[in-house]
Write a protein that binds this ligand. Structure first.
Ligand code: HEC
Ligand code: HEC
Length: 266
């Protein structure tokens, strides 16, 4: 009896041991294969767009394609935003559908200024800016012209390239605090606005929240805003607020603006 159960116990211990070894080998084999594969690529190997997507804040401010605010084409905006209601086969009542010239004719006749005004401020069931608050005026005009011109119109909207050259000029000259305010309002406010609900981010005009940060000094805050920063309590400041299209000077100007509104003097 005794020896039999001993024997059994030894047998099952041996089975367990062998099973364990088999599993261990299988796991090692898998790990070796995984290490040899490209499953974990190094930081250098990840593309810029992958990085941008990874650090993209919840507000989805670049609409996921990394195109900087102000530089998006009418087609890009239409395909992300306006298409929800203005697609050729959309079921949204009253929204003039793209390529339905009959629906657009009377609207186009109002002229771009009126269409822009209605799209900017909202018009009946048309939400202001189609609900995409970060669209610039020029971008909105481009989206309108894109739709109208697919639908029998020939509206002329400000071109993307005109903006791009303007931006290059701006980054060559020192960026003023006014530009910092603009950048703040379009990018940083989502998380740093005085009444933003994002946890752990210091809010503008909340001097108590900014004081310990300001103490770190200007260069540290600039670097953290440019490169991103993980706070000790798990807060995550994304590099450039998630918009890698911003120039370094624009980010510095936004930091300066926030700090100076919040008890600092950069
Ligand atoms: C949630 C649905 C919705 C989205 C998204 C939307 N629209 Fe509209 N839009 C409407 C509706 C509905 C109307 C018709 C309003 C009316 O005439 O009563 C309209 C009308 C318009 C008009 C005509 C206004 C006029 O004076 O006749 C323009 C221009 C327009 N939208 C532009 C846009 C642009 C540009 C976008 C994307 C940035 C967009 N819309 C996104 C629903 C939407
Ligand atoms: C998606 C949300 C988000 C956006 C957008 C964002 N921030 Fe932040 N930021 C945070 C959070 C969260 C922290 C706090 C991190 C911590 O210390 O825990 C922070 C901290 C900071 C700090 C303080 C860093 C430090 O060392 O204490 C600066 C400066 C800053 N942000 C600048 C900016 C600027 C400039 C922009 C716009 C270009 C911006 N942020 C956009 C979330 C955001």
């Amino acid at each position: 009896m005794n020896s039999l159960s001993n024997h059994k116990a030894r047998g099952s211990a041996l089975t367990t041991l062998l099973g364990g070894i088999v599993i261990l080998i299988a796991v090692l084999f898998f790990l070796v294969k995984l290490a040899g594969s490209n499953y974990y690529s190094t930081v250098e190997e990840t593309t810029q767009s992958a990085t941008e997507t990874r650090i993209m804040p919840a507000g989805n401010i670049t609409m996921g394609d990394g195109t900087p605010i102000g530089q998006r084409t009418g087609e890009q905006i239409f395909n992300k935003v306006c298409i929800q209601c203005h697609a050729a086969d959309s079921a949204v009542p009253n929204a003039p559908k793209v390529t339905h010239n009959d629906q657009w004719g009377p609207r186009i006749a109002q002229g771009l200024d009126t269409l822009f005004d209605h799209a900017l401020n909202g018009f009946n069931a048309m939400p202001a800016k189609g609900g995409q608050a970060d669209l610039t005026d020029d971008e909105l005009k481009r989206a309108i012209a894109y739709m109208a011109n697919q639908s029998g119109g020939s509206l002329v909207a400000p071109e993307v390239n005109a903006d791009a050259s303007g931006e290059e000029d701006a980054s060559a000259t020192p960026v003023s605090e006014a530009d910092g305010q603009k950048v703040f309002e379009s990018i940083c406010m989502a998380c740093h606005g005085a009444s933003s609900a994002i946890p752990l981010s210091p809010k503008i005009t909340h001097n108590d929240e900014w004081a310990p940060r300001i103490q770190k000094g200007k260069e540290v805050l600039f670097t953290h805003a440019l490169e991103g920063f993980n706070g000790p309590d798990g807060g995550v400041m994304p590099a450039k607020g998630g918009n890698l299209g911003l120039s370094d000077d624009e980010v510095r100007a936004a930091v300066t603006y926030m700090v100076n509104q919040s008890g600092g003097n950069f």
